[in-house]
Ligand binder design. Sequence first.
Ligand SMILES: NC(=O)c1ccc[n+]([C@@H]2O[C@H](COP(=O)([O-])OP(=O)(O)OC[C@H]3O[C@@H](n4cnc5c(N)ncnc54)[C@H](OP(=O)(O)O)[C@@H]3O)[C@@H](O)[C@H]2O)c1
Length: 501
Amino acid sequence: METPIRKAEPCVMVIFGAGGDLTKRKLIPALCNLITSKLLPEQFAVIGVGNNDLNTETFRAQLSDDIKKFASCPVTPELWDWFRKRLYFIRGDFDNPATYQLLKDQTAAVQKELNVPANHLYYLAVAPRFFGKVVQQLGAAGLAQEENGHWRRVVIEKPFGRDLESAKALNAEIKKVLAENQIYRIDHYLGKETVQNIMIFRFGNGIFEPIWNRRYIDHVQITAAETVGVELRGGYYDTAGALRDMVPNHLFQLVSLTAMEPPISFQADAVRDEQAKALHAIQVPTPEEVLTIAVRGQYGEGIVDGARVAAYRAEPNVTPDSSTETFAGLKLKIDNWRWADVPFYLRTGKSLAARATEIAIQFKRAPFQLFRDTPVEALETNRLVLHIQPEEGLSLRFGAKVPGPIMHMGPVEMKFNYVDYFGRTPSTGYERLIYDGMIGDATLFQRADMVEAGWSVINPILDVWKALPPRAFPNYAAGSWGPKEADDLLARDGRHWRVIT
Ligand SMILES: NC(=O)c1ccc[n+]([C@@H]2O[C@H](COP(=O)([O-])OP(=O)(O)OC[C@H]3O[C@@H](n4cnc5c(N)ncnc54)[C@H](OP(=O)(O)O)[C@@H]3O)[C@@H](O)[C@H]2O)c1
């Protein structure tokens, strides 16, 4: 029997920064996909807020053009007609209290016109410097308070802080206005099907959990590799770097989902309690340890996908002598019973040889080398790879006898691909997150303690790297797998990175 569709709760979604890039490229297409899936209720409207030269009519007209370019699924004229008349825009500066008075009037008017209850989902599609300010102004205008059974929730874009101190300060600032259960800190990785599948895979199957520990697993490798350089994001990226941009948020989500204990339920806080515990168990490196467990790199010119590409320092809006890293590699230790002595190696970078995000679980060797005196003495070990992007699925490597009269063993792979089983469901990656915001399910959003636990691990690395500027940047060619130091990090432990093709 099919599960009945639970529609999102009737609400007004207010998008701050609605004249910007994220809104047209992701949020509006994601809302269209939710309408197609019949997950949005009749009583729904979007109010855009921004300082752009727009009003409701021109906002509707602009999005009518944009959706043709950015829709990830076909948008029928009926669908767009339904949605278009639910789009509103108010022009105003985020710093100006008058903007919030206008918003108050507009939400009241829309609620009345479309018979929408006073549930508000505020989506902060704005630069991080506005996160605290907008929340504070919402509070001052009385727009954040939940009353008469109506909810007020705030979705906060990334990045959440740029180090431990700023993340704590931002948490403190928004918590003056909002309770934790009103705050939805987004991490786009959690919008990906395969990331959500990690929990199902681990806890919905009986066969994996018994071997998911130090007894059977040798180490874990997590890779988030991009072939693109910084493209047009040089201005932001040059002040952030690979470590800040990717590790405390995206990669730590993957670490926590891989390392966490089974939650007592799939309720948001039950899951996030276990994720937080796993993050707290990551050993915070001392400054001396940083020198041996963290490596950084920056790409020089090279060849990616057959085309010559410029060095990072020659990219637009990047300082010509920049010491910002475009590659970061880490070895983490998780101090608990499950993971003692099982290193988690992480690497992420730009202008690398392949685009791939994956978690590779490397199992220990079979305990007895039965084939010692045969041509198969170098047996491959078992490896399970959770492929997150661009391929979505998983693969398991194991040894099999190569047909023939000689006892010869070779590695074979068993593969599960999402598309083969479920077909392709084009999505923006935001549908589930927006929908969850509307039904009040915060499982896939970061809680304050998770954000701070992540930054606690990263902070000493940021400090040491700042104190000791890199001497040999650029240290890897665009199109390679990163600096030699990344290989050395594993080689010192007698290991090597999985070859991704
Ligand atoms: N774009 C993406 O695909 C993407 C992906 C992941 C995360 N994000 C995150 O999403 C957030 C928004 O990104 P975005 O790319 O959409 O940024 P954006 O294109 O700069 O959009 C922000 C909008 O806010 C407006 N604005 C700026 N200052 C304002 C002020 N004081 N008062 C009122 N409006 C103001 C901007 O207007 P002007 O154009 O006039 O400045 C712009 O329309 C950021 O936190 C970003 O890190 C974006």
